[in-house]
Design a protein around this ligand. Structure first.
Ligand SMILES: *[C@@H]1O[C@H](CO)[C@@H](O)[C@H](O)[C@H]1NC(C)=O
Ligand SMILES: *[C@@H]1O[C@H](CO)[C@@H](O)[C@H](O)[C@H]1NC(C)=O
Ligand SMILES: *[C@@H]1O[C@H](CO)[C@@H](O)[C@H](O)[C@H]1NC(C)=O
Length: 167
């Protein structure tokens, strides 16, 4: 059946089966995504010799992040600058969605000059897929050099300073 999609992001049942409107058709981003397998996006990457800018990329549709062939996430916490293969790492200011099928929008901030949200922020959409991975509708950040980070939600606890669990 060919459903005509009138609402850009439509969730027929709340928190479930959210679709996106691509070429006027309702498609499930969990099955229509591109893979972004850039090891340089790692939150552990402190190399500043090769730097990237995501404003230079013509983002289109939804992406699933991988690091070393393993599903990865955009960090939910401020990452230090000069990481993730860029000057100002991009992170999301609120948690990932928790309901399978749910699409949420999230503010994307960038870290520069000691500020966790230095340049103009922007919004992306995030969906939690049934098989327990996330897909992101990525768009260009405001300026250069800003790039999306990739980490794992467990690993990010190690990078927090003072805010982590005791011990
Ligand atoms: C990448 O994955 C392989 C296989 O799981 C592992 O042996 C290797 O240590 C990983 N590399 C990094 C940098 O995590
Ligand atoms: C983000 O989502 C909220 C509700 O969850 C909505 O009110 C708002 O318009 C959305 N913003 C964007 C930029 O899509
Ligand atoms: C970064 O390194 C720490 C410590 O080796 C590791 O636990 C974590 O999984 C790594 N994170 C990523 C995104 O590779």
């Amino acid at each position: 059946a060919l459903l005509l999609c009138l609402i850009p992001l439509c969730c027929v049942v709340p928190h479930a089966a959210c679709t996106d409107c691509i070429n006027s058709q309702c498609v499930d981003p969990c099955e229509n995504y591109a893979t972004l397998n850039d090891d340089w996006r790692s939150t552990n990457n402190t190399n500043t010799e090769v730097l990237h800018c995501d404003k230079d990329i013509n983002w289109k549709g939804w992406y699933r992040l991988f690091l070393n062939q393993t599903s990865a996430h955009i960090p939910e916490r401020c990452v230090e600058s000069n990481r993730c293969g860029t000057h100002a790492p991009l992170w999301i200011t609120q948690p990932h969605p928790t309901w399978s099928g749910e699409i949420v929008n999230r503010t994307v901030c960038n870290v520069w000059e000691g500020s966790c949200c230095h340049f103009r922020s922007h919004t992306i959409h995030v969906k939690l897929c049934h098989a327990n991975y996330y897909v992101y509708k990525l768009v260009k950040p405001y300026t250069c050099l800003l790039a999306y980070c990739a980490g794992n939600l467990i690993g990010q606890q190690h990078s927090s300073r003072g805010g982590g669990p005791p011990g």
